[in-house]
Write a protein that binds this ligand. Sequence first.
Ligand SMILES: *Cc1c(COP(=O)(O)O)cnc(C)c1O
Length: 375
Amino acid sequence: MQKGWNSMQVPFLDLKVQFASIRDEVMPAVAAVLDSQDCCNGVAVRELEKALAEYCGCAAAVGVSSGTDALLCSMMALGIGPGDEVITPTFTFFATAGCIWRAGAKPVFVDIQPDTLNLDPSKIGQAVTPRTKAIIPVHLYGQMADMAPIQAVAKKHGLFVIEDAAQSIGASQKGQKAGALGTVGCLSFYPTKNLGGVGDAGMIVTQDAQLAKTLAVFRNHGESSRYHHKHVGGNFRLDSIQAAALLVKLRHLDRWTAMRRSHATIYDEMLAGIDGLRTPVIGNGNFSIYNQYVVRTPRRDALKDYLARQGVGSGIYYPLCLHQQECFASLGGKAGDFPNAEAAAAEVLALPIYPELSDDQIRYVATKVREFLGE
Ligand SMILES: *Cc1c(COP(=O)(O)O)cnc(C)c1O
């Protein structure tokens, strides 16, 4: 072991280092928007939509105000509302199910696979009822859910597939990008995502150019022509400043992804074969962009504390499943309903993986994890 490692600091995330590396590119792009005062849903937004449709291998893209609004706007435009049910994993970020609820529909939770921690396609069929309108698979931590069997169930029952790709921009499965397979794909540019804005932003991608037009109408209060409203939409518009910054960052995204993947390789090697520790399992044909690198151990909370004392930050995504959230109590979910998801919630710990970390920092973290587990 190298000298000095006993005092190394490894923050869980540091957005300032990345910004410093591209400051000279971002500032003039943002200044150009300010000079033009083309602030909402402007020219830069059109450019970003074009660039991201291409990046995701989709026919069209519609810029929106956040990943959450991408989900909500999609559901509104697809006519999902009161009386409808939408199937989604119970182990995901709150927004996935929160948007189903806000659209007026009922979230129907399904368990996850014990290895990839993504939606278990074999559990979807039994959750389908005559009221089911859509499935929302979530591409958690940077790798895609197993899409072929999900699409097969959707096709059999005539359901929409809304991909929650908020954590998985640029991830692919058998060569197809996240967001390109469903009815729509929802992206988030929240600053902690792999492609992060300088504030909130999001995007809906789709292969259906006609649907993209409808989504654009719902993004702007359902306004079909000025002050004429065929539908009730919302203000889901994307700020031009965000789009301008994101256009700059998009040029660096594949390089940043490669750095994350290289960190993951070091972790995989150094953390392999440790008793009581599981490293991420990447599904067949999946290319992960590692928004998070998540290990599992029954001693999760103690490991987190130990790492903190060694100067290492870590995160828990997510400590409580959605079927156990207080706000969804009326749905009747209880402990024991979804064993794989509940076990994951008790055991997952995300280690630092952002691109700008050095190999030495990654090795330091892995060494401390090994130390804690008595290796
Ligand atoms: C971040 C995230 C969202 C919401 O995106 P925001 O841009 O923060 O609104 C939705 N789903 C998942 C899985 C996410 O990680």
